[in-house]
Design a protein around this ligand. Structure first.
Ligand code: NDP
Length: 264
């Protein structure tokens, strides 16, 4: 199937590792040009070089913390300078949390609100007008199954990802008249280097391997009995970016190996 993504310009926040990198590779394989942003400049530059070598597309890397307005403004300026605008925005940057509601500070809540919600608000404000001028576009939000089915140890993550899902729905209603389709993807367990690092730390010095630790988590949560590879999640993102997904608007798509325990 031709996904009709050749020469589209895709902005991916947090595109240097894990799901974001897999989405970047998936879109580049379809001929889309990339603008990636992340905070770690060294890793960003290495990834940009690797993608340029692997795919015959243009790749821009911009060091940016999307939790702040200034860096988002700089990112938009860099994308405009390099490509003249964007057709696709993947709001992917995010991270888990661990706290109790009674002990977490206001500052902690605010930082996650800025990263998971305000980044999406501010990025929509700068990139949606560009998409409108180009005749349409796609905005995807990477939320989480935890937006619907919370994990007990990360209430701030659960709450801010739930807010992101509602923001995505509202934005979809506001932008579909401009031919901009907005949707959310809610992944379950996805085996990223970060999960592996945590598993290694938790099992170091024990008689249990980090692989066994992850397998136990998969057995406990996901009926499919394993983590997803990031590329399996990226496949859905890439399809949602395509004009082939033209009637998919304002929805949340779960991709969780059966973990969601309801039908919604
Ligand atoms: P990783 O931790 O592997 O990667 C996160 C990416 O985001 C990195 O490129 C990181 O680069 C970047 N990033 C983090 N904070 C910022 C910031 N403030 N500004 C700019 N870039 C930032 O994440 P995953 O691939 O695991 O997750 C990606 C998204 O998917 C997240 O939103 C996560 O909540 C969601 N998700 C993940 C699941 C999983 O099991 N892995 C399950 C469900 C949802 P740098 O550190 O250099 O900034």
């Amino acid at each position: 199937m031709d996904l009709q993504l050749t020469d589209k310009v895709a902005v991916i926040t947090g595109g240097t590792v894990g799901i974001g990198l897999a989405v970047a590779r998936g879109l580049a394989a379809e001929g889309a040009h990339l603008a990636l942003c992340a905070r770690d400049t060294d890793r960003l530059e290495a990834v940009v070089q690797a993608l340029r070598t692997e795919f015959p597309v243009r790749v821009l890397g911009v060091t940016a913390d999307v939790g702040g307005l200034d860096d988002i403004t700089n990112l938009a300026r860099a994308v405009t300078d390099e490509f003249g605008g964007a057709d696709i925005l993947i709001n992917n940057a995010g991270t888990g949390s661990e706290e109790t509601i009674l002990e977490a500070s206001d500052e902690r809540w605010q930082a996650y609100w800025d990263l998971h919600v305000m980044a999406a608000v501010r990025l929509a404000r700068v990139f949606a007008p560009q998409m409108k001028a180009r005749g349409g576009g796609v905005i995807l939000h990477n939320a989480s199954i935890c937006a619907t089915q919370p994990l007990g140890y990360e209430p701030i993550y659960n709450v801010t990802k739930a807010a992101l899902v509602m923001f995505s729905k509202c934005l979809a209603n506001e932008l579909i008249g401009d031919n901009i389709r907005v949707n959310t993807v809610n992944p379950g367990l996805v085996q990223t280097p970060d999960w592996e690092k945590t598993a290694r730390a938790l099992t170091e010095g024990t008689d249990r391997s980090w692989e066994d630790h992850l397998q136990q988590i998969a057995d406990d949560y996901a009926p499919i009995g394993r983590f997803a590879d990031p590329a399996e999640i990226a496949n859905l993102f890439v399809f949602l970016c395509s004009p082939r997904a033209s009637y998919m608007v304002g929805s949340s798509y779960y991709i969780d190996g059966g973990w969601l325990r309801t039908t919604t």
